[in-house]
Design a protein. Structure first.
Length: 145
C-alpha cells in the first residue's frame, strides 16, 4: 500500500530537483569569449541588444550600479517590459532580446549608484545592436516652489 505512495513522492522530488537545477543553470552569469563575467539580462521580446558601459564622474567603472528601463512595445504599447540589471566590475551591463520597434522611442536607460545617476537614450529602430557609454553625475537640484 505504501509502495506506490513512496514511488510517487520520490518521482515528484526528483522532478522538482531537476526543475530547480535547470532554473539555476539558466540564471547563471553569462560569459564573453574572453571568459570574463558579464552582467546581462534577456527581455525575450526581439532581436536587438544594448551594451552599456557605466562610469563615475572621475572615469572609473561604476561597479554594482543599477540600470533600469521600461519598454512599452507592440500595438498600443499593451506589451511592457521592466528590466533591471547591475553592472559588473568593468561597469558593463548588457540588455538583449529587446524589441526592434517600441512605442515612443528613444528608450531611456536609467542608471543609479550611491546618489549618482545618469540616462542613456537608445532607439532600437535606428541601431539594433548598439554600445553606449553612460557617465553618472550628481543630479541637479530641483527648484521647489
Amino acid at each position: 500500500m505504501k509502495s506506490p505512495l513512496i514511488f510517487t513522492c520520490c518521482l515528484s522530488l526528483t522532478f522538482c530537483l531537476l526543475l530547480v537545477s535547470a532554473m539555476l543553470a539558466q540564471n547563471a552569469p553569462n560569459t564573453t569569449n574572453a571568459g570574463e563575467k558579464f552582467s546581462q539580462i534577456d527581455g525575450g521580446a526581439g532581436p536587438c541588444s544594448l551594451e552599456l558601459t557605466v562610469t563615475t564622474p572621475d572615469g572609473k567603472p561604476a561597479y554594482a550600479a543599477s540600470v533600469k528601463v521600461h519598454i512599452p512595445y507592440r500595438f498600443g504599447g499593451f506589451h511592457k517590459l521592466d528590466l533591471e540589471v547591475g553592472t559588473d566590475q568593468q561597469g558593463k551591463a548588457k540588455f538583449t532580446g529587446l524589441p526592434s520597434r517600441v512605442r515612443r522611442p528613444p528608450l531611456e536607460f536609467d542608471a543609479t549608484l550611491n546618489g549618482l545617476s545618469g540616462i542613456a537614450a537608445y532607439d532600437p529602430g535606428s541601431e539594433c545592436q548598439a554600445k553606449h557609454d553612460l557617465v553618472l553625475a550628481t543630479p541637479a537640484p530641483t527648484a521647489s516652489q
